[in-house]
Ligand binder design. Structure first.
Ligand SMILES: Cc1cc2nc3c(=O)[nH]c(=O)nc-3n(C[C@H](O)[C@H](O)[C@H](O)COP(=O)(O)O)c2cc1C
Length: 189
């Protein structure tokens, strides 16, 4: 079948759904973010794109810290809420139970299976967005979300975001990475 160019938009499938936290005037605030990704594993660098007008940006720049929180599928309503209302107008500081790690100023969500605290290392600007690049300095999870000491995707049940503005949940196991390709023979396809 012939390929047709459908646009020059970023059709990334799947995208994560994360709650990014920062303290503003001593109070925690959280926003939902889909445009975010691991950029480097060593050092552990994470990047997110946030519109310059977002309330959370104020706290990230002031404290030079932020948190990454991975909500589970049961949290889809509250996750959407944090992306619908802004801390400029609504106080989101009481929406979750909060804890702090080593940095002391990156508020993390107790209800989320995985939390990471970051120190800000760089800010880039593209159009109306600030790209915050942070180094992860602490990762947290309750024992019930781990298998053999590592986060387990089945237990976390993360929310997947699709460019058509819908939420999806994780399907099933497909194969072991760095392994299933070993039996592949290009000439025999
Ligand atoms: C599913 C979802 C994904 C979102 N992803 C982003 C994103 O990647 N970047 C961004 O700037 N805003 C994104 N938003 C919008 C912000 O979460 C929203 O404007 C929020 O109210 C900002 O909160 P704040 O002003 O309290 O910081 C997203 C919203 C939703 C619902």
């Amino acid at each position: 079948m012939e390929k047709k160019q459908i646009s020059a938009k970023p059709f990334m499938y799947p995208m994560p759904t994360m709650l990014i936290g920062a303290n503003i005037s001593g109070k925690p605030n959280f926003m939902t973010i889909a445009f975010c990704q691991m950029l480097c594993s060593s050092p552990p660098i994470f990047g997110l794109a946030s519109m310059k007008t977002h309330y959370t940006n104020i706290g990230i720049k002031k404290n030079r810290t932020f948190s990454i929180n991975i909500p589970s599928e049961e949290m889809v309503k509250v996750t959407d809420y944090c992306g619908l209302v802004s801390g400029h107008k609504v106080d989101k500081s009481k929406v979750f139970n909060i804890f702090y790690g080593n940095l002391g100023t990156a508020p993390m969500i107790q209800e989320c299976p995985i939390n990471m605290e970051c120190k800000l290392v760089q800010i880039l600007e593209f159009g109306n967005n600030e790209i915050f690049i942070g180094e992860i300095v602490g990762s947290y999870a309750e024992e019930r979300y781990l298998t053999d000491g590592l986060p387990d995707i089945k237990k976390i049940s993360p929310i997947i975001f699709s460019m058509d503005t819908s939420y999806w949940k994780v399907g099933g196991f497909l194969g072991k990475a760095y392994s299933v390709g070993k039996g592949f023979e290009p000439d025999k396809q």
